[in-house]
Design a protein around this ligand. Structure first.
Ligand SMILES: Nc1ncnc2c1ncn2[C@@H]1O[C@H](COP(=O)(O)OP(=O)(O)OP(=O)(O)O)[C@@H](O)[C@H]1O
Ligand SMILES: [Mg+2]
Length: 378
């Protein structure tokens, strides 16, 4: 039997739990063409949420098209235009013949080469003439608006890993250009999100940046324990196994409600369960996952400076008042300035998150591993 939990892929259908308010909010924004920015720590469910809301919004409004762009591998402005053009063309055509016709019609100046794979619609790629692209990228930025207007459609362009644009050459000029086009669009809205929370915050909440006040910012919360408990219970029962509330709660609290890890841990417990899940199996599963990740954690930890290590030591021990003299003496922290420098670097390395001024570990299993292995490091 296929295992019922999902991690590392989008959570869909009965694998998607709760987020009722966020889903409704996003569906409304999509249908009303309100620009939206979604910010959350890694793997809390941004991409799954956008996918879910897009599906619902599309069903409720037949003139709405949702275009999904993922900047994961995109490093340059040219690559950005190319992937944007291709995604817009694909999402506004229902058949590949229409996509090819649209590419030829709306992108004629870029002499597009359209290639089709064995499944023409999902493997359709549009190659654009780069020279022309560099000369007049504006047309690509307005492509969605142009198609929407001509075809009397509304389009929501969802851009995942949006923070990658901050690493383009001359990123600030690019961001200015992007914003000045996006904000003129009347039939197109944008939903921008990404997995590097600190970089997303810089792009969207720093008033000196072009995307400041671009749209409605949604900060995702973690999924609450009672929702997780229902979800885990139902999934066990659906597959002929049972699990008590206590064991579910243990799964959730072990990984501090972190969506990806809740699913992974629940999966490991499910695999170890014949009929009724036990607390012991949560213990074993948690150890197994930690062991599996330990090589990676070790590698990350080797890259840290002494001050960063000392700060993590203090945090792991649950110290709250890090800049007090007693704590600084105990953990060899040099000064409040060096603490804040170390914190900033750890946020940059995606080890800590700064949520409204409170610093916490991004990865609950790394925090656990570190607590138990700190003695290994000088
Ligand atoms: N609503 C949900 N219900 C159940 N599980 C979820 C939900 N959202 C996310 N998850 C779990 O978390 C994992 C990560 O979700 P997703 O990829 O959507 O997060 P993300 O925030 O986009 O991650 P990243 O920051 O890496 O881009 C999923 O594979 C799934 O295991
Ligand atoms: Mg994602």
């Amino acid at each position: 039997m296929k295992t019922p939990f999902v991690f590392g892929r989008l959570a869909k259908e009965n694998n998607f739990t709760d987020r009722k308010n966020e889903t409704a909010h996003l569906v409304t924004n999509f249908k009303s063409l309100i620009n939206t920015i979604i910010i959350s720590p890694r793997r809390w469910g941004k991409s799954s949420l956008v996918f879910k809301a897009a599906e619902i919004a599309r069903k409720e409004d037949t003139t709405l098209r949702v275009c999904q762009v993922d900047l994961f591998n995109v490093r340059t402005e040219e690559q950005f235009y190319a992937i944007l053009a291709q995604s817009v063309i694909k999402s506004t055509a229902s058949k590949w013949e229409e996509a090819v016709a649209n590419a030829t019609r709306f992108l004629s100046r870029f002499v597009p080469k359209v290639s089709l794979g064995s499944d023409p619609m999902s493997e359709l790629t549009v190659d654009l003439n780069l020279e022309e692209l560099r000369r007049s990228p504006d047309e690509i930025l307005d492509l969605a608006e142009k198609i929407a207007t001509e075809k009397k459609l509304h389009i929501v362009v969802c851009i995942d890993e949006f923070q990658n644009i901050a690493a383009f050459d001359d990123s600030l000029a690019f961001q200015k250009k992007l914003r000045s086009h996006f904000q003129q669009h009347e039939n197109v809205a944008y939903c921008l999100y990404g997995s590097k929370r600190h970089m997303m915050l810089e792009v969207f909440t720093d008033y000196s940046m072009p995307f400041y006040k671009f749209g409605d910012i949604m900060f995702l919360d973690k999924i609450k324990t009672p929702d997780w408990v229902n979800f885990i219970k139902e999934t066990f029962e659906r597959t002929g196994k049972s699990i008590s509330d206590d064991v579910c709660e243990e799964i959730v609290s072990r990984v501090q409600n972190h969506p990806y890890y809740v699913q992974q841990l629940a999966q490991q417990v499910w695999l170890r369960t014949d009929k009724v899940a036990t607390l012991d199996s949560v213990d074993e599963s948690h150890s197994a996952i930690t062991a599996q990740l330990s090589l990676m954690f070790d590698t990350i930890t080797q890259t840290l400076t002494n001050q960063q290590m000392n700060l993590l030591r203090a945090m792991s021990a649950g110290e709250k008042n890090l800049t007090s003299k007693a704590v600084m003496d105990k953990y060899n922290l040099n000064s409040p300035t060096s603490i804040s420098r170390a914190r900033k670097a750890l946020v940059g390395k995606d080890i800590l998150d700064n949520i409204a001024g409170v610093y916490s570990f991004q990865d609950p299993i790394y925090a656990y591993w570190l607590r138990h292995n700190l003695y290994l490091f000088p």
